[in-house]
Structures are given as structure tokens and as C-alpha cells.
Design a protein around this ligand. Structure first.
Ligand SMILES: [Zn+2]
Ligand SMILES: [Zn+2]
Ligand SMILES: [Zn+2]
Length: 441
């Protein structure tokens, strides 16, 4: 099969960045550049029962796989179509029971290996870039990453060898590194994690902290839309990371996960850094050393909290999250002595606190954090941001739930204004959200 390419865009060599994606025609804000079906994907364990394993449709009353009772489907058609992938796990989940615990990377990698067996030709997800061409950055992996890679290889053999012809150690090392570097997480409209996937053509895009496109998902298809005017000849750039944080933090993240330093306009001029790191106006202004010390504290507490949340596994709902909330409140108190409420480290902990409140069904608590977050959020993020849209959505839904309709509708409309550009006017999320406030009239 010959390469068909994609109308309006092409692969090219981007100066200083290696290969990249370039527009060959003009795109207006909100235009779809291209859609890319996932090459392979997997629904995250905690969303089982809420989404169809095959098409990711979210609805009540999905039908259960009779064998493992863990996978759920829209209907028999979806179940049958998913069997070639689900069979990799169905009987193993029954056999291992509680001890079935491969990471999501391992689950996705197993599916890629299975797909490679049947997909001989270039797939519809690889019009511009083949899966095998994805960057692995093998020589740049530190010991921690190598160890993780090795653990994943062992898990693959442990949980999947019965139904899968597993490649040799060298090939697996490369594949896992490729998945870690190029895998996408599929998220819903509130940015909850739904699953992991590979989209080779989407992975061709390079990063910018002032991106001109956004990636959203319609089921298991990635869609790439313009959030800035793009002229013919412009490089198409997406953001790989959360853009809330200041330049130094963003680049630390980029180097750690993607092995490069960004030289976009924002990284060179750092115009937003001052507002992002805003310090309180006090009669005796804090000394530079005290500010630096607080930034160090903030970065550490963010990491500590991430670990604590992970170990408590609050999404699965075992441990009481009150400790997590206390951690947020204490750190906000401490940082608040120097940082303004609009400081991104404050916002980070408020966002975490809001998440814990939502989990605890403390709606008022969640709302008061959300109210503090939303304005600075829209200031720090680019004009069309999924982070901002999802915050408007959460707030809108909270207000509607608390019977405060005008406020609820106001926020949902703000979310819609962003999502119409990022997700497209015909996305099913639009209809669902409009229905929410029509019903509430
Ligand atoms: Zn389905
Ligand atoms: Zn099953
Ligand atoms: Zn940048």
C-alpha cells in the first residue's frame, strides 16, 4: 500500500527539532487538521463498567463479559470486535484474580504486539509516520527508567505470554521506550483519565508552550484542531505538557519525559513567569532567599502529594482522603505567607484539594476551591485550553447540582465556547452539555 498522506499537512524536517508536521494550506481557529484512529489503545482499569472497552462510549447499563466479568460493552457487536484484544487479558484476569496487576503501559504494549502480528500494511494511524519510526531515546534513559522498563518486560512475560508471542529483550526494550515517550493518555471532557493509546501520526507533531493545535478525543479517535491561525508553511505544534507552570518547571518536565529543552516564544521571553510565581505585597517584602526557599518547598510538596495520592489510591476508594486534604490545606497555609492566591503553586494545591473534595462529595468545598482557581487559570493558560474548559465544566456542573442554575449555565456556556473550538461543534460532548442546561431551565 502506498502512502496516501493527509490533505493540508505534510511531514518535514523541522530545523533543530528533527522531523515534524507542517501545514500546506491555511487553517482557521477551530478547523480540524486531521483525525487519527488509535493504532492500539486500552481502557484504564478504574473506568471499567462506565465505558465500552471497544469504542469508549460512556453509558449506563453496558453488558459484561460473562467470562471475566471485568470488561463491559455496548452490545455483542462491540464485544466480538474487541475479542482479539480482550482475549489477551480475559482468562489471565480470572486466573490471577487479585494478583493481576500489569501497568497500563504493559497492557497497551501487549495490544501493540498483538496488533503488529495482524497489521502488515501501513495502518490508517500511520499515514505520515510508522509506529516503528517513533523515537525511543534509548541512550538517554537513566537508571530509574531502565529499571521500570525491565519491570514492565517481566510483567509482559508474566501476564501475557500465554496468548502472545513476545518479542526478544532488545525489541521489547525499544518498544516500551517508544510507548513511554509517545503514548497518549485519552481523557474525557473533565480531563479524567480514560485510557492510554498510540497515535503515530499525532506523535509526529513537535511541542510548543504556545501551541497552534489541540488534541481531543472522540471515542478512540484523536482529533487535531487549530487554536491559532495557521498559514501554509507553518509548523504544526501541540503541547506535550501542562502549561500552567513557569518556564523552568516546564522544561524540567520536558527534559525528563521527552529529552529536549523548548525554545518557543514563551520559553525565550518568559512573559508569563512573573504572574505565575506571584509573591504577596507585604509591608516588609519577603527576601529573595525566602522566596527561593518557598519555591523549593512548593516543588517538593507537589511531588510528595503526588506520591501520597498514588499510594492511597483514592480513585479506587480504599483509604480516607482526609489526610490528603489536610496536606493540601497545610501547604496552602504555609505557601500563602509568601505566595499570592494566583501563584501557580497555590493553584496546583487548590486543584488537588478540589479533587479530594469532589471525591469526598464535599460540593461546597470543591466549589470554593474551584472559584479561586478559575480566574487565574484563564490568565495563565493560553486562550483555548482544555484545563480551563474542564474547570468551567466542573464548576458549572457543581452549581447545577446545587440548584444554582444561573451560575451553572454561565459556567457551562464558558466551557462550551472553548470546547467548540477544541472539540469541534459537532462533538457529542456539546450536545450532552447543552442538554444539561436545557433540562435545568
Ligand atoms: Zn461500544
Ligand atoms: Zn472477559
Ligand atoms: Zn516552550
Amino acid at each position: 500500500m502506498k502512502t496516501e498522506g493527509i490533505d493540508g499537512i505534510e511531514r518535514f524536517t523541522s530545523p533543530g527539532k528533527g522531523r515534524g508536521l507542517r501545514a500546506t494550506k491555511r487553517f482557521k481557529v477551530g478547523d480540524l487538521l486531521f483525525a487519527c484512529p488509535s493504532y492500539a489503545y486500552v481502557l484504564t482499569v478504574s473506568e471499567r463498567g462506565a465505558h465500552c472497552e471497544l469504542c469508549f462510549t460512556r453509558k449506563e447499563g453496558l453488558a459484561k463479559c460473562g467470562k471475566c466479568k471485568k470488561a463491559f460493552y455496548c452490545n455483542v457487536g462491540c464485544q466480538r470486535a474487541d475479542w482479539s484484544m480482550h482475549k489477551l487479558e480475559c482468562s489471565a484476569m480470572v486466573a490471577y484474580g487479585e494478583n493481576w496487576s500489569p501497568s497500563e503501559t504493559v497492557r497497551l504494549t501487549a495490544r501493540i504486539i498483538a496488533k503488529q502480528k495482524t497489521q502488515i500494511d501501513r495502518s490508517v494511524s500511520e499515514k505520515l509516520l510508522l509506529l516503528g519510526e517513533l523515537e525511543a531515546h534509548l541512550n538517554e534513559l537513566d537508571n530509574e527508567k531502565r529499571e521500570m522498563n525491565q519491570t514492565d518486560i517481566e510483567a509482559l512475560h508474566h501476564f501475557y505470554s500465554k496468548h502472545l508471542e513476545i518479542p526478544d529483550q532488545a525489541a521489547l526494550t525499544v518498544l516500551l521506550a517508544q510507548v513511554n515517550c509517545n503514548g497518549f493518555t485519552i481523557e474525557d471532557e473533565e480531563l479524567s483519565h480514560l485510557g492510554s493509546a498510540v497515535f503515530p501520526d499525532v506523535a509526529l507533531m513537535n511541542h510548543s508552550c504556545c501551541p497552534n493545535v489541540i488534541v481531543t478525543y472522540k471515542g478512540i479517535v484523536a482529533e487535531v484542531r487549530a487554536v491559532q491561525e495557521i498559514s501554509s508553511g507553518d509548523e504544526v505544534l501541540t503541547s506535550y505538557i501542562d502549561l500552567l507552570y513557569p518556564t523552568e518547571d516546564r522544561n524540567e518536565r520536558l527534559r525528563d519525559s521527552y529529552f529536549f529543552t523548548c525554545d518557543c516564544k514563551e520559553c525565550t521571553t518568559k512573559t508569563k513567569d512573573k504572574a505565575k510565581m506571584k509573591v504577596r505585597h507585604l509591608s516588609t517584602p519577603p527576601k529573595p532567599e525566602a522566596i527561593r526557599e518557598m519555591v523549593r518547598y512548593a516543588r517538593n510538596i507537589i511531588e510528595d502529594f503526588r506520591r501520597a495520592k498514588h499510594s492511597k489510591n483514592i480513585l479506587v476508594g480504599s483509604a480516607p482522603p482526609s489526610e490528603l486534604l489536610e496536606m493540601c490545606e497545610l501547604s496552602l497555609d504555609k505557601m500563602g505567607s509568601i505566595f499570592e492566591d494566583t501563584n501557580v503553586y497555590m493553584l496546583h494545591m487548590m486543584y488537588q484539594a478540589m479533587g479530594v473534595c469532589l471525591y469526598m462529595e464535599d460540593w461546597d468545598g470543591a466549589m470554593s476551591y474551584g472559584e479561586k482557581i478559575i480566574r487565574p487559570y484563564s490568565m495563565h493558560y493560553p486562550p483555548y485550553s482544555l484545563n480551563v474548559a474542564s474547570m468551567y465544566l466542573k464548576l458549572g456542573r457543581l452549581y447545577l447540582g446545587l440548584e444554582r442554575k444561573p451560575a451553572g449555565i454561565k459556567y457551562l456556556k464558558k466551557a462550551l465556547a472553548i470546547m467548540e473550538v477544541a472539540h469541534g461543534k459537532d462533538h457529542h460532548y456539546m450536545a450532552e452539555i447543552k442538554k444539561e442546561f436545557e433540562l435545568e431551565k
